[in-house]
Write a protein that binds this ligand. Structure first.
Ligand SMILES: O=P(O)(O)OC[C@H]1O[C@H](OP(=O)(O)OP(=O)(O)O)[C@H](O)[C@@H]1O
Ligand SMILES: Nc1nc2[nH]cnc2c(=O)[nH]1
Ligand SMILES: [Mg+2]
Length: 175
């Protein structure tokens, strides 16, 4: 409708940008693994797709875990969060490894923001260990182990979502 302010996306509301390079992400995943190594061993890693796939691969490699399962959840359409949809649940085999409650399983995601995604997976596996690379304050209480906290008004840009591009000089008005 005319005169109505357009709805801001989560990214626009965030205001601050936190771009992460592949190098930085790899280092942060390794740092996460150092912490997880003291908590394990784990029977399997459960990646929350899609963002959890990359850290799950790195963490599983470092921990020597070869059983990796996915729980496929869609919520953000680029940067607007809608209803959570479980597109694929945890496999029966992984459930069995976790004794039905997730004991000895490691859930991995790239980040927690509002915590909605993490909460849903925790409900599926209440006794699993939940690790993320980054955490925002609202989601932080849900996570057992994470590496870097960023403010709630920060939007994290991952290397798989971004590309190098020209940036105009500051004197020409670049932010
Ligand atoms: O704590 P929340 O507010 O629920 O947000 C965190 C979730 O949002 C992102 O996933 P997204 O839904 O964008 O899907 P993707 O992993 O496929 O990119 C991120 O990878 C987390 O899974
Ligand atoms: N890429 C990205 N996805 C998100 N989903 C929820 N919060 C974020 C964020 O800060 N960055
Ligand atoms: Mg995700």
């Amino acid at each position: 409708m005319a005169g109505e302010a357009p709805e801001l996306s989560a990214q626009e509301r965030a205001g601050r940008a936190f771009p992460v390079s592949w190098d930085q992400f790899h280092r942060d995943c390794r740092a996460l693994t150092w912490r997880l190594n003291e908590v394990g061993p784990f029977h399997a890693v459960i990646a929350i797709t899609r963002g959890g796939l990359v850290p799950a691969a790195i963490v599983a490699r470092e921990l020597g875990v070869r059983v990796i399962d996915t729980v496929c959840i869609a919520s953000y359409d680029h940067d607007k969060q809608g209803e959570l949809q479980v597109l694929k649940g945890i496999s029966e085999q992984a459930m069995k490894l976790g004794g039905g409650t997730g004991k000895g399983l490691l859930i991995v995601d790239d980040l927690v923001d509002t915590g909605k995604t993490g909460r849903l997976v925790r409900e599926m596996l209440p006794d699993a260990h939940f690790a993320t690379v980054y955490a925002k304050p609202k989601g932080r209480p849900l996570v057992d182990t994470f590496i870097t906290e960023v403010s709630q008004d920060t939007w994290i840009f991952f290397p798989w979502d971004t590309a190098l591009s020209y940036h105009p000089p500051l004197r020409d008005g670049a932010a």
